[in-house]
Ligand binder design. Structure first.
Ligand code: AMP
Length: 117
């Protein structure tokens, strides 16, 4: 685990403002500043894991818990029944911009097929 601050770790600590929808001792979820759909939420571990490549064996429960939080938020946003997309970008080919692991929860409209670009 890196000790360096990230944009998102500053959001976790409340040092940078964000529209936080959920936070506990493990995970924080907030609205994406540049939403790609009516619902676009980022779900992040509070601790800094830079990329999927850096997920450790001991993070298994934490990563599973991110899905539970995503599921709950989808219900709260009213998009669970119609469906939505969860995605995690990794590294330069994955077009990851912020090196603090985050799961995108995107929905509220038909999203089309993946990988158009
Ligand atoms: P990725 O390309 O997967 O690394 O996604 C990074 C996401 O973070 C993008 O969708 C950005 O719009 C979003 N983002 C960047 N800065 C902020 C911020 N301060 N608050 C909320 N979302 C942000």
């Amino acid at each position: 685990m890196s000790n360096e601050e990230t944009l998102f770790s500053k959001i976790v600590k409340g040092e940078i403002p964000a529209d936080i929808l959920f936070q506990d001792d493990r995970v924080t979820a907030f609205r994406d500043i540049n939403p790609q759909a009516p619902t676009h939420i980022l779900i992040i571990p509070n601790k800094i894991i830079p990329t999927v490549n850096d997920i450790g064996e001991t993070d298994e429960a934490l990563i599973g818990y991110m899905f539970i939080v995503a599921r709950n938020l989808a219900k709260e946003e009213g998009i669970a029944e119609d469906g939505y997309r969860l995605l995690i970008n990794c590294g330069s080919h994955g077009h990851q911009e912020v090196y603090h692991l985050h799961m995108h929860l995107v929905g509220g409209r038909p999203l089309g097929r993946m990988l158009k670009g």
